[in-house]
Design a binder for this molecule. Structure first.
Ligand SMILES: [Zn+2]
Length: 194
C-alpha cells in the first residue's frame, strides 16, 4: 500500500498544519473498484479513511493521498448511465450557453468548450449539439477511448498546467471551461494537477 498512498501533513485547502482527527473509519478499497468473479478470493488493497478537521479553515478532508493513476486510469463509473444526471447536464449546458452566450460560428477560440474530468462526454455532447467545439480531458483510458468513439474528442490524462498550455496551443483558448465533481479528488489544488 505504501507506494500507492502517502499521508500529507498540511491542509489541502489552506496549507495549515493544525489538523485534528475528527472521524476514523475502517480502511477500505477504492470506491467503484468492482471485483470480477474470478478475483473474489484475492484480497483488495485497502486505504485509510481517517477524516481530519482543519482548525484554521474548517475544511474536513482525508490526508491520505492515493496515487491518482491507481484510482482513475481504470475507472468504471460513467456519467451517462444515470438518466437524472444526463438530464441535469442537458439543463446545465443550456444554462451556461444562455448566460455566457459564446458565438457558435465565431473564431475557433470563441466556441471551444473544455471539460476537465469529462468522463464519457455526457456534458460535452450537449454543448456539441448546440454547435460548440468540444474537448474532454480524462485520465480513465477506456472511458476516454469510448467518448472519442462517440464523437467527443477526449485527451487521456490529468489536467495539469502543461496540458493547459498544450490545449491552448493546439486548439485555442477555451471560451468555456467546466469541471464537475473533480476538486474533491485533487491533492495539489495550487498546480491544478490531480
Ligand atoms: Zn485549512
Amino acid at each position: 500500500m505504501s507506494d500507492l498512498c502517502h499521508r500529507r501533513e498540511t491542509c489541502r485547502l489552506c496549507g495549515s498544519r493544525k489538523l485534528t482527527l475528527a472521524f476514523k473509519l475502517t480502511p477500505t478499497p477504492p470506491a467503484n473498484a468492482f471485483v470480477a468473479e474470478d478475483k473474489l478470493n484475492v484480497a483488495q488493497v485497502c486505504f485509510p479513511l481517517d477524516l481530519f478537521f482543519c482548525e484554521d479553515c474548517a475544511h474536513v478532508q482525508l490526508l491520505d493521498v492515493v496515487d491518482p493513476k491507481a484510482l482513475f486510469e481504470d475507472y468504471v463509473y460513467v456519467s451517462g448511465t444515470s438518466p437524472v444526471f444526463v438530464a441535469h447536464f442537458k439543463d446545465y449546458a443550456a444554462d451556461i450557453l444562455e448566460r455566457f452566450n459564446p458565438p457558435k460560428d465565431g473564431l475557433p477560440e470563441e466556441n471551444l468548450v473544455v471539460d476537465i474530468g469529462s468522463n464519457d462526454g455526457t456534458l460535452l455532447k450537449f454543448f456539441k449539439e448546440s454547435g460548440m467545439r468540444v474537448l474532454g480531458v480524462d485520465p480513465a483510458k477506456e472511458i476516454a477511448r469510448r467518448a472519442c468513439q462517440d464523437g467527443v474528442e477526449t485527451i487521456t490524462g490529468f489536467f495539469t498546467p502543461d496540458m493547459a498550455t498544450r490545449i491552448a496551443k493546439e486548439k485555442g483558448r477555451a471560451a468555456i471551461i467546466t469541471a464537475n465533481n473533480v476538486f474533491a479528488h485533487i491533492d495539489d489544488l495550487t498546480s491544478g494537477s490531480c
